[in-house]
Design a protein around this ligand. Structure first.
Ligand SMILES: [Zn+2]
Length: 415
């Protein structure tokens, strides 16, 4: 591994594909596609083989389903029942994808069956996922499943994953269990990703609803994440209410790409052996756990600021509470420089990283001066209870908590 952990720990999502992956779209009770997955990984040569059957709920005639699969996987069979299917290569909205289009031929339920195999796909170099003897780590980053082209669209799934390293500890973002040497995933509730890790030598520790798995539980980074993971969950629950999903797992992995990511209740972080932890990593873990409450805005619209900005603000607030105001200031200083040049949060679709992670959180600190810290906390606590987040809802709550003038002033700063 090269580079310091500090530079490589990202607070959010490097790739479009990793953004805000919580089930965002359906109204409660809306049917979602169901995936039945049989996959085998080949750690010796970094290959994934899979057969996936997808049943689509009834839709009005003419409704097309579009799925994206990493282009490194060669499709050897693609068939449809009650649907015409086709595959092509596309480079938008994500580069190097295979696009599978499914056109139902009637109004009955349509299904497809696709078989494919190939080396692990990645948009990043080095990859954020892995298929190796020491670590198998899959998520949407490797587009190992045909994901909806509406990134973040939810689905249910059952999966059996074979070929995992002998003696591997297994952890996933959905209910799962070991079946012999295989991993069974059972996502009966809609999810926007199937993410899992299987690695030999991961040791579990932690307490209550928080647990951590690490190659070396006593390493400085694992110790730091254990301490700040548990403490940040407590901090966030005190402010926002009970943690959605009821549990949070952090897995520490060692791979060349130092980027972490989060799904609801499931956080992946990386460590460089021997590296010392930093305040930025305490913020990172609190930021990622904040996404348990804040991932309910559309990842492709201007409302996406309600995913990253509250998470980053709460990460910073946790640093202040746990490590003090000097540690907070060490993180805010660079943000002021970025925010000064950042474009607005609203009005141009999904905002830039500078707006989301620097300007937005600083605006929330500014808002404390107007309506008080207790006022900002009340707004976030009420927002955290809502099933879906958009700017209009945020401003409605702000108006009620802080008054018309404060809401108008804040909205002007967002634009
Ligand atoms: Zn984030």
């Amino acid at each position: 591994m090269t580079g310091g952990a500090r530079a490589r720990v990202v607070t959010g999502c490097l790739l479009v594909a990793t953004a805000g992956l919580a089930p965002a779209a359906p109204a409660p009770g809306d049917p979602v596609p169901h995936y039945d997955i049989a996959a085998t990984v080949r750690p010796a040569d970094g290959v994934i083989e899979a057969t996936v059957e997808i049943r689509f709920p009834r839709r009005p005639a003419g409704t097309e389903h579009r799925l994206l699969l990493g282009r490194s996987y060669a499709i050897t069979s693609l068939t449809g029942v009650g649907a015409e299917v086709a595959a092509s290569e596309v480079d938008a909205p994500i580069p190097k994808m295979r696009l599978i289009t499914v056109r139902p031929t009637g109004t009955a339920e349509a299904s497809i069956r696709v078989t494919y195999a190939g080396p692990l796909f990645s948009l990043a170099t080095p990859a954020i996922n892995a298929v190796s003897a020491s670590l198998v780590e899959l998520s949407v980053d490797s587009f190992w499943l045909p994901y909806s082209a509406d990134l973040g669209a939810p689905f249910t799934a059952t999966a059996l994953i074979q070929g995992l390293p002998a003696g591997a500890t297994m952890v996933a973002n959905v209910p799962h269990r070991r079946e012999g040497a295989a991993l069974r995933l059972d996502a009966a509730q809609p999810t926007a990703d199937l993410a899992f890790i299987a690695a030999p030598g991961l040791t579990e520790s932690g307490q209550g609803r928080f647990r951590i798995l690490a190659p070396e539980p006593g390493s400085p980074v694992a110790t730091y994440y254990r301490e700040h993971g548990a403490a940040s969950v407590d901090f966030l629950e005190r402010m926002l209410g009970p943690m959605p999903g009821g549990s949070a797992t952090v897995t520490v992995v060692r791979r060349a790409n130092g980027s972490g990511y989060a799904r609801p209740g499931y956080v992946v972080v990386t460590e460089v052996p021997g590296a010392a932890p930093t305040a930025g990593q305490a913020k990172f873990i609190a930021h990622e756990f904040s996404h348990l409450w804040f991932t309910r805005a559309s990842p492709t619209s201007e409302d996406y600021w309600l995913v990253e900005t509250p998470a980053e603000y709460l990460g910073l607030r946790y640093v202040e509470a746990a490590l003090g105001s000097a540690a907070l200031e060490s993180l805010l200083g660079p943000k002021r420089a970025i925010a000064a040049k950042a474009p607005p949060l609203l009005g141009r679709g999904r905002a830039s990283d500078g707006a989301l992670y620097a300007k937005g959180p600083l605006l929330l600190f500014d808002l404390e001066a107007t309506i008080g810290r207790a006022g900002v906390d009340a707004v976030l606590r009420e927002l955290a209870q809502a099933p879906r987040h958009d700017t209009a809802l945020f401003l409605t709550i702000l108006r009620r908590v802080g008054g018309e003038a404060a809401a108008r002033e804040f909205e002007a700063k967002l634009r």
